[in-house]
Design a protein around this ligand. Structure first.
Ligand code: GDP
Length: 369
């Protein structure tokens, strides 16, 4: 099956979730009467609370024999190299903009990176059904933004669709007020290149995101750069300098199917997959066949910028509030967070009753339960 990999960039509330739901419904993977139970892009509760994306999630839709993997992008500014790594999985970006609000400054950062990487943008001006919509002006504003961000000629010649994600339609014509999503599917397939894969038959994948699953353990997601990966295959993880992080057996190959992930026996170059079976491998490592000696070039994960010591409450108010009242419980909670969060590093103090947690300034939003 042909593949297209695109990232979606959208300011909060401009309709990303509604758009992806509409694409899923119309891509023929669901029976007409079947509800799309889960909203793909927004399923992590903690994340919704904070309004940012930590795990970059994927969805996938099939249109006329092409699988389109849709990757969510972080809405926040930077986690050193994270945005580049996510964008390195895709060959195009879908910039979704509200037809009355226009492009928002908060999306500029990711858009600028995407343009710099040479990715082709497809612009969707959404909510054109709203009474205060000004689709043509917003189209011009996006063009001006791309000029400011030094887009090249090809990028400035971007296709634009005028849509109502809520109404389930998108059109190349700014006066359209009905229809379906075919024009958007066709535009993505036509304008976004098929993934570039290397000729080598050796399996190689750059680990782009890390998460921790209660059953599968560490899960690393990335785009397969060359070769194929199979369940039970023995692989290694290489650090950025090419030294080996670990050697292991892949326990699961998960491919993105609609809103969820499904175990597959094998996946090939170009596809985006999640792999389990690791104990130490992490983001920015290269997962590959044993004979590979060179890691895929990537930016390092930013080192922590601040740290705090966590310990048992020994104040006069001890016992009055809080659930994590022993060092053991505090340790378990911190280690659990560190397992699935590359931004955090936990070190135990010598006597074992306090923990130094180093991170990048997101502590305030980080809940202890
Ligand atoms: P997200 O934060 O980008 O994922 O935005 P959502 O998809 O959750 O949409 C935010 C709000 O905008 C919701 O209330 C949607 O129903 C509404 N919305 C999304 N698309 C459209 C549209 O095309 N037209 C109108 N009028 N409202 C929309």
């Amino acid at each position: 099956m042909d593949i297209r990999n695109i990232a979606i960039i959208a300011h909060v509330d401009h309709g990303k979730t509604t758009l992806v739901d509409a694409l899923l419904r119309q891509s023929g993977q669901y029976r007409d009467n079947q509800q799309v139970a889960e909203r793909v892009m927004d399923s992590n509760d903690q994340e919704r609370e904070r309004g940012i994306t930590i795990l970059s999630k994927c969805g996938s839709v099939v249109w006329k024999d092409t699988r389109i993997n849709i990757v969510d992008t972080p809405g926040h500014a930077d986690f050193g190299g994270e945005v580049e790594r996510i964008l390195s999985m895709v060959d195009g970006v879908l910039l979704l903009v509200d037809a009355s609000e226009g492009p928002m400054p908060q999306t500029k950062f990711v858009t600028a990176k995407a343009l710099k990487l040479g990715l082709r943008p497809v612009v969707v001006v959404n909510k054109v059904d709203k009474p205060d919509a000004r689709p043509d002006e917003v189209h011009d504003e996006v063009f001006d933004l791309f000029v400011t961000l030094e887009a090249n000629e090809e990028q400035l010649d971007f296709p634009v669709l005028f849509a109502s994600a809520k109404g389930g339609w998108a059109s190349r014509d700014s006066s359209a007020r009905s229809g379906d999503m075919s024009a958007l599917f066709d535009t993505v397939i036509e304008h976004v290149k098929a993934p570039t894969v290397s000729e080598s038959s050796a399996f190689k994948m750059l680990a782009t995101t890390l998460e921790s699953d209660p059953f599968l353990g560490r899960i690393l997601t990335g785009r397969i750069e060359s070769g194929s990966v199979r369940e039970n295959m023995t692989v290694q993880a290489l650090h950025r300098d090419g030294t080996r992080a670990e050697r292991t057996r892949i326990t699961k190959v998960l491919a993105f199917r609609g809103t969820g992930r499904e175990g597959v026996t094998e996946a090939h170059a170009g596809d985006i997959v999640a792999l389990s079976g690791f104990s130490t491998a992490t983001v920015a490592d290269t997962i590959c066949d044993l004979e590979v000696t060179e890691a895929i070039p990537s930016d390092p994960v930013d080192p922590p910028t601040l740290s705090m010591v966590f310990s048992v409450n020994d104040s006069p108010l001890v016992g009055r509030s809080g659930k994590k009242v022993t060092s053991r419980l505090i340790r378990a909670r911190l280690m659990d967070e560190a397992e699935g969060n590359v931004a955090i590093r936990v070190t135990e103090t010598e006597n074992g009753d306090a923990f130094e947690v180093a991170g990048r300034g997101e502590f305030a939003a980080w809940r202890a339960d």
